[in-house]
Design a binder for this molecule. Structure first.
Ligand SMILES: NC(=O)c1ccc[n+]([C@@H]2O[C@H](COP(=O)([O-])OP(=O)(O)OC[C@H]3O[C@@H](n4cnc5c(N)ncnc54)[C@H](O)[C@@H]3O)[C@@H](O)[C@H]2O)c1
Ligand SMILES: CC(=O)N[C@H]1[C@@H](OP(=O)(O)OP(=O)(O)OC[C@H]2O[C@@H](n3ccc(=O)[nH]c3=O)[C@H](O)[C@@H]2O)O[C@H](CO)[C@H](O)[C@@H]1O
Length: 356
């Protein structure tokens, strides 16, 4: 029995592949490589010493999904595949609804056809909108502020309807806070296309000389130093959270949302200092106006995941910064540096990468 990982070549997916393989699971990956490189799959093999199949295919192509399910004995799905850039989603909402929502509906239809009803879904703290009640509990009223966030909210609703129509489904909705860091091998990590939107990849690219200085968005928030506070979580802790959620959906029916964070908030300037300490490199920054749509403080109440999944993040910001730096230093241009990509186990191309 195999676990299908959609979007498994991406940042969080590749780290989860490592943890699944290390825990003895057999996996199969589907990704269209729209926002990732196949090289991450080679790196996962290098880290784990284990082999697995991956398919270059798009969730918008239902026939391709059908082939994947027919060729593999899949018992459960971890569904990462989706577009995730907030700004881009404002400019191209249809692309986001099409990719994220239709892609998920296609996946669920094929899962249903093959009687696979165990699903772990990548949701986001973005479904809490601009709530200012912290720590944020799962019961907080939901409301997203941009098309990306609304795709996550809609998918959560669709999955709730699906469960209510057929209670033999088991679904975990994992609401990630701010995933950062990299595998301690330095072989896989976050490799954003273009200029990073998010804080830590931006800082890492300043450190490695790809960008000149960080813009700090707002120093007049009601926080200790005026800068925004977030709940940063090490991507390996997050990946392990998926294993616990997978175990949960394998033994109970139902649909449940879980916050995956540390429960601790750090400000932008605290993160800059922590990164400087871990890397020994000074990060020049300039204060700018607030970024539209940002909240002052956002961190999770993680009690539910601790009690119901038996999961708790264990890595602190020192480890997060150290591991980002190791990844960035060893791979200053992300996965682009690898000249030769071996496709030994790559499955036939089932569809071209989406061309919206
Ligand atoms: N990274 C974060 O800060 C964060 C926070 C909250 C939630 N999430 C969610 O977690 C998931 C994974 O995020 P990530 O940071 O690893 O992103 P990522 O972009 O690195 O990984 C997503 C992967 O999905 C693939 N993909 C996208 N659309 C596809 C499609 N239609 N068919 C096949 N493959 C497709 C991409 O090529 C990519 O490899 C996403 O759903 C994202 O919305 C991420
Ligand atoms: C607008 C945006 O992308 N929002 C996404 C981002 O939220 P977040 O805003 O929580 O993450 P982020 O990494 O973009 O920003 C973290 C903090 O750093 C600040 N900052 C960020 C970048 C920078 O160059 N300078 C700077 O000061 C920012 O104002 C905030 O206070 O990540 C989340 C991950 O859970 C969700 O996916 C959000 O939808």
């Amino acid at each position: 029995m195999k676990i299908l990982i959609t979007g498994g070549s991406g940042y969080i997916g590749s780290h989860t592949c490592v943890e699944l393989l290390n825990a003895g699971y057999e996996i199969v990956v589907v990704d269209n490589f729209l926002n990732s490189k196949a090289e991450s799959m080679n790196r996962v093999r290098r880290i784990t010493g284990k082999d697995f199949k991956y398919y270059e295919a798009d969730l918008l192509n239902k026939d391709a999904l059908d082939v994947i399910f027919s060729e593999n004995n899949i018992s459960a799905v971890i569904h990462f595949a989706g577009l995730k850039a907030v700004g881009e989603s404002n400019n191209f909402p249809l692309k986001y609804y099409q990719n994220n929502v239709t892609g998920t509906i296609n996946l669920c239809e094929i899962m249903k056809k093959y009687g696979v009803k165990k699903l772990v879904f990548s949701s986001s703290a973005t479904v809490y909108g601009s709530t200012n009640q912290v720590p944020i509990k799962e019961e907080t009223i939901l409301g997203a502020e941009n098309p990306y966030g609304r795709t996550k909210l809609m998918i959560e609703e669709i999955l709730r309807d699906l469960y209510h129509s057929d209670q033999s489904w088991s679904i975990a909705l994992l609401r990630y806070f701010n995933p950062i860091g990299a595998h301690e091998s330095g072989l896989i990590g976050e490799d954003p296309k273009g200029i990073p939107n998010n804080l830590m990849p931006y800082i890492a690219q300043v450190a490695v000389g790809r960008l000149s200085s960080l813009s700090v968005y707002g120093n007049d928030y009601p926080t200790l130093d005026g800068t925004g506070i977030r709940d940063y979580i090490h991507v390996v802790d997050l990946a392990i959270g998926h294993l616990r959620a997978l175990e949960k959906v394998q033994c109970i029916h139902g649909i449940n949302a879980y916050n995956l964070g540390t429960g601790i908030g750090y400000s932008v300037l605290e993160m800059v200092k922590a990164f400087e300490k871990a890397s020994g490199i000074s990060i020049p920054y300039v204060m700018k106006d607030r970024r539209p749509g940002d909240v002052a403080i956002c961190f999770a109440d993680v009690t539910k995941a601790r009690i119901q999944l038996g999961w708790k993040a264990s890595r602190g910001i020192e480890a997060m910064c150290r591991d980002i730096w190791r990844w960035q230093k060893n791979n200053p241009n992300g996965y682009n540096e690898e000249l030769e990509i071996q496709h030994s186990d790559k499955q036939p191309v089932l569809t071209k990468a989406a061309d919206f």
